[in-house]
Design a protein. Structure first.
Lengths: 171, 141
C-alpha cells in the first residue's frame, strides 16, 4: 500500500543500495573489495549484479553468463551464484535501519525504499540524506545512494544523479 | 568465519533468570526465587539490524579467552574502546583482534605481548574496524 503521496510540499527520499548483491557478498569477503565482481541469477544464467569495476570492463546488466565468459576470464572477475537468504537478511537490516529515521517508509524492492522526509527543513535535507547513508553503511555495511525531491518520480531522478556524484542530493 | 543467518525467525526462547549473581567460587543457595524470564535475544542484542553472529575459526585468540568454534555477537554500530575485541580486515580476511591504544596510536593484537605481532593502524590505513564484539558464546561442555 502506498501512503507516501507526491505533492509540492512533500520531500520524498529514494534510498537505493549500490550494486546490492555484490555489496552483500563483499560484506563478509574483504578479498573482493575494489575488484570486479558479478552475481549471477538462479542456475547461474544471467548477470544480475555488477560492481563498478565490472561495469567498467563492459559487462552488461542481464547478459547471459556464456556471453561474458571471455571478459570474465581475461579480467579475473569474481563470479558468485546468488544467495538470496543472505540478500534477504541484509535487505531487512537496511530497511530496519531506515526505520530508525522515519516510520513512514515504503519498501519498493529488495534494495530500494521511499522515505517521507517532509518534516525535515529544506536547508537541512542533504545533510540528513548524508546521515542516512552513513548510518546504513555503518550498521549494515551496505553503500547506498540517496536522492530527494517532491515526488517519487523526481526522487528517482535525483537518486540517479546522486549515484554519479556519490553524495545525497535534493532537487 | 562463517556467516550465520540470524534474525530470520527470531525465536522467543526464555529461561528463568535468577536475580542472584553466581559467585566465582560457591553458587549461593539463595537463587531459589525467580526475578523474571530472560530472553537471550534481547539480552545479547541491543541493535538488531547492526548485529551479526560470527563463528570463530582458529586459535589465535585463546589468550583472551576466545576459542575455535565460539560464537561472537558483533555490533557494527558501536565505537570500539581501548581493549575492545574487534572484527577487522587483515590481509583481505575478516579476523578477530584486540584493539589497543597507546599514546594516541591504535594497534591490533592477538592478545600477545610481543611488539612484532602488533599491527599499527595508522601505518595500515586499509585496515578498518568491521565491528565490535559484545559477547562471546563459548560451549563449556
Amino acid at each position: 500500500m502506498s501512503f507516501i503521496n507526491s505533492s509540492k510540499k512533500n520531500k520524498i527520499a529514494l534510498i537505493d543500495c549500490n550494486s546490492f548483491y555484490v555489496s552483500c557478498e563483499r560484506l563478509f569477503n574483504p578479498k573482493i573489495i575494489n575488484k570486479p565482481v558479478v552475481v549471477l541469477s538462479n542456475n547461474d544464467g544471467c548477470v544480475i549484479s555488477r560492481s563498478i569495476e565490472a561495469k567498467k570492463i563492459g559487462i552488461k546488466m542481464g547478459e547471459p553468463y556464456f556471453k561474458v565468459k571471455e571478459l570474465v576470464k581475461k579480467n579475473n572477475v569474481y563470479i558468485f551464484s546468488s544467495n538470496y537468504a543472505l540478500y534477504g537478511d541484509l535487505s531487512r537490516r537496511v530497511m530496519k535501519t531506515l526505520k530508525s529515521f522515519s516510520e513512514k517508509i515504503e519498501i519498493y524492492s529488495i534494495d530500494e525504499a521511499f522515505v517521507d522526509l517532509s518534516h525535515i527543513q529544506e536547508k537541512e535535507i542533504e545533510n540528513y540524506g548524508k546521515e542516512i547513508r552513513e548510518r546504513i553503511l555503518r550498521w549494515t555495511g551496505i553503500p547506498t545512494s540517496v536522492g530527494i525531491s517532491n515526488t517519487k518520480t523526481l526522487s528517482k531522478v535525483a537518486n540517479n544523479l546522486a549515484k554519479k556524484i556519490n553524495q545525497a542530493l535534493y532537487i | 568465519m562463517a556467516y550465520k543467518e540470524q534474525n530470520k525467525n527470531i525465536m522467543k526462547l526464555t529461561i528463568p533468570f535468577y536475580l542472584h549473581k553466581v559467585g566465582a567460587g560457591f553458587p549461593s543457595p539463595a537463587t531459589d526465587y525467580i526475578e523474571d524470564d530472560i530472553d537471550l535475544n534481547s539480552h545479547l542484542i541491543t541493535n538488531a539490524p547492526a548485529t551479526f553472529i560470527i563463528r570463530v575459526q582458529g586459535k589465535s585468540m585463546v589468550n583472551v579467552g576466545i576459542y575455535d568454534g565460539d560464537l561472537l555477537i558483533v555490533d557494527k554500530s558501536i565505537d570500539p574502546r581501548n581493549f575492545s575485541t574487534v572484527i577487522t580486515n587483515v590481509n583481505e580476511e575478516l579476523v578477530v583482534k584486540t584493539l589497543v591504544k597507546e599514546k594516541g596510536v591504535s594497534y591490533l593484537t592477538s592478545g600477545s605481548k610481543s611488539i612484532s605481532e602488533k599491527i599499527n593502524l595508522t601505518e595500515n590505513p586499509e585496515i578498518i574496524i568491521w565491528g565490535v564484539v559484545t559477547y562471546v558464546i563459548h560451549k563449556q561442555q
